[in-house]
Write a protein that binds this ligand. Sequence first.
Ligand code: PLP
Length: 350
Amino acid sequence: MSVFKSHIDAMSAYKPPLDGRDPHKHLLLDFNERTQPVADVVRQALIDYINSGRLQMYPAYGDITDKIAGYAGVAADQVMITNGSDQGIDLVIRAACREGDEAIIPGPSFAMYKQVALVENLTIIEPQYSREKGFPLAETLAAINDKTRLITVSNPNNPSGTLVSRDDIVTIAKAAPEAVILVDECYFEYASVTVADLVGLYPNLVVTRTFSKTWGIPSLRLGYIIAAAENVRALLNVRGPYDINQLAIVAIRAALDNLDTVESYVDEVMQVSKPMLEAFLDAKGIDYWPSGGNYLWSFPANPLEINAGLLDAGILVRPKADSGGRMGLRITLGDKLQTERLLGVLDGLI
Ligand SMILES: Cc1ncc(COP(=O)(O)O)c(C=O)c1O
């Protein structure tokens, strides 16, 4: 037994399979990251900052919140930066929920929601996504009661890629006015679907976003929350003053000044690579879930053999089972050349 709370002692750590990943040895299609290095302007900004002799200072964030708000099309007082969206998820759940509250976390979904809910000792209700119906809207609405303090909407969902419409999110927000509706827009740039413009109208909507997936800096950790100004003021009471790494701010300042480097990558992934992989899977008769993100959850007959074959060829993807226990492979989409390499190897394996 540890010295900590017994329910925390009984939990398991959230440990994604990161060991041995090496971009110089592998094509990394397993974590939905950007598959190309960051743009030269971003790298140069980081080098310049390191050479400027300021590493011994505490971080100072300047006008980065205004810049991000401008990018997101919301007011600056509706934005708070976080140490990745994982911290945003953590802060929102900690600030909203008390022990014994109920959290509706449709699954399967991103592991962090349940992890934090378990730390807070919440009762978790987990309606299931399905390939046919997508987001379990009816089950989510039916599960709402006066103990519900949190409902998560991963939009698009990880691993399934399922998108939830703005109308459905508003329906949930209206049905549970006492709960926080945590809308995780981690893959916003790929999906182009948002409720960021609605946070003033529905103050129980709280959006989390990240610079990890499109912008190529998951290693530096920068995300942001978009919420009604009064919610941001409250969350600032919980976040530490130095939680975000200065280098992340330097990188994103440069990236926001050079948006074309992000937009051209997103276009290639979504307009070229994704249709290529979908057409390949269609031709082979392999089922996959419709996805709004930079990844496809596919269900070949022999997923583990294919996973092993891809690994032998230096390509990493992520095995993920559906709620019925059927194993699938979640495959991140990269650029056109990387997708051609993937399809060449897959063709030999299937
Ligand atoms: C749906 C979803 N939300 C949040 C995250 C975490 O992102 P970050 O690197 O910003 O903490 C991930 C990462 O895989 C994700 O898939």
